[in-house]
Design a protein around this ligand. Structure first.
Ligand code: GAP
Length: 436
């Protein structure tokens, strides 16, 4: 499939089937803002749940946090964002497009191809608002541009309350906001997006080993959830690309239809943040190592991923077209843990009230344990295709024989193989299949 064609197909399927919609579409839409529809929100929640499970619940050394979006304005002075969180912009003199300088390829404007630009100017990407009834410079508050700072300002709270000592990590999922200048590429670059970030605190001497370990762990996570290996690569940042706080950074990149692009960055933030917050708050954020009677600032390794980018990569990677009986079958081959719907219950004859009642009963029972849908609004062939298009793992068909032999047909999404399963064993069967 042509790459651009693939992206168009994913965007179109996302809208048609309710994964992702343009924000405020009835008013003409809002740039770089997207809404997740019924299947999209399930997929995105599953991505977040899989991440949380892997980095918090399946480890002994990471705890969770959910910090507020609004933070004391001094946070952003300390973190360096007020001074350095800038995009360098130029205007194209020919087409007047405002561009990020680092998005200009080979000295040419990506819109019109001209090479005549205005002087560079710095533009801070943080979004501001005012808190309280009066709009004044004294109550300016920023919408956080990264979730990380909520973790650093809670470092001491967590040390004290959770009795942690390095090495340990704090994980958080939450919204971040950036006034991105260059929009586009669907949900890849948004102004309001979600991050999944870990700040892993370690002894300075162990930081390099820890950095390498997290790069491998995070890359493996994407592979385990089904992203094809040939679509993943690591890219080490050159020194002049590094963020102001980083001593090293490696991106996990995915081969999107629009090119290799960053899914997640793993950075060595050194002791920059804890030192800065100590200085600006007057609180000592060093860790006291009692046995060695030593106080030190831990180094921080930060795996920082985007929920929306990961969701988009899983969606693109899952998209398949196959020829079946002379027709094209579109199927989203999601990993089972990510699939928005696990089981669809489909009555073969919607006019037969006994079949419909049995199918609805089966759904009532299964939905206590797995995400299910019931659909009787078309012929069975069409119902299967609809479920394939949203990546439903199993279809359960209830037919006339089911009323007699108390069995149903279970169809697996990728192989399309069908099996008769006894209704009283159905939940156990599906639970086993879904956990494989
Ligand atoms: N705390 C470090 C940090 O924020 P970043 O590389 O700026 O680092 C981390 O962002 C991740 O957040 C990126 O790898 C990407 O997945 C996601 N991200 C950043 N900006 C984004 C945007 N405008 N839209 C969607 N996701 C974004």
């Amino acid at each position: 499939m042509q790459k651009n064609n693939l992206m168009d197909k994913v965007v179109s399927l996302s809208k048609r089937r309710g994964f992702i919609f343009q924000s405020s579409e009835i008013y003409g839409g809002l740039g770089s803002s997207w809404d997740y529809g019924p299947f999209g929100v399930e997929l995105k929640n599953n991505v977040k749940a899989a991440w949380w499970k892997a980095v918090v619940h399946h480890r002994d050394d990471v705890v969770g946090l959910d910090a507020a979006i609004f933070m004391h304005p001094k946070t952003w002075e300390a973190s360096g964002h007020i001074e350095t969180f800038h995009d360098i912009l130029v205007d194209c003199r020919k087409c007047n497009e405002r561009l990020r300088k680092d998005h200009i390829v080979a000295g040419k404007c990506p819109s019109c191809g001209a090479s005549d630009f205005t002087e560079e100017q710095a533009f801070n990407s943080m979004l501001k608002t005012n808190l309280g009834a009066v709009e004044s410079k004294d109550n300016i508050c920023y919408l956080r541009p990264e979730t990380a700072q909520g973790i650093f300002v809670n470092f001491k709270n967590i040390l004290d309350s959770a009795h942690r000592k390095p090495p340990f990590g704090i994980a958080q999922i939450g919204k971040s906001f950036r006034n991105e200048i260059t929009a586009g590429n669907f949900t890849f670059r948004m102004r309001e997006f979600e991050q999944m970030e870990i700040e892993y605190f370690t002894k300075p001497d162990d930081a390099q080993a820890c950095y390498e370990e997290w790069i491998n762990l995070r890359l493996q996570w994407y592979k385990d959830l089904g992203l094809r290996e040939e679509n993943l690569q690591l890219r080490k940042h050159a020194d002049d690309e590094l963020a102001h706080y980083a001593a090293g950074c490696t991106d996990i990149e995915y081969q999107f239809p629009f090119g290799w692009s960053e899914l997640e960055g793993i950075a060595n933030r050194t002791d920059y943040d804890l030192k800065q917050h100590s200085e600006h708050s007057g609180q000592d954020l060093r860790y006291f190592d009692q046995p060695n009677n030593e106080r030190y600032y831990p180094y921080v390794i930060e795996p920082s991923g985007g929920v929306d980018r990961a969701t988009l990569a899983f969606l693109v990677d899952a998209y398949h077209e196959e020829e079946v009986n002379g027709k094209t079958r579109v199927v989203l081959k999601f990993n089972k843990a990510l699939a928005p719907i696990k089981v669809a219950i489909l009555p073969l004859l919607k006019k037969n009230s006994d079949i419909v009642a049995l199918a609805k009963n089966i759904k009532q029972d299964l939905q206590k344990n797995m995400v299910c849908v019931y659909d009787d609004s078309a012929a069975i062939g069409k119902l299967y295709r609809r479920q394939d298009e949203v990546g439903t793992c199993y279809c359960v068909t209830v037919d006339v024989e089911s009323l007699e032999d108390k069995q149903v047909t279970v169809r697996e999404r990728d192989s399309m193989q069908q099996e008769r399963i006894s209704i009283d064993k159905l939940k156990e069967y599906l639970t086993n299949q879904l956990s494989n």
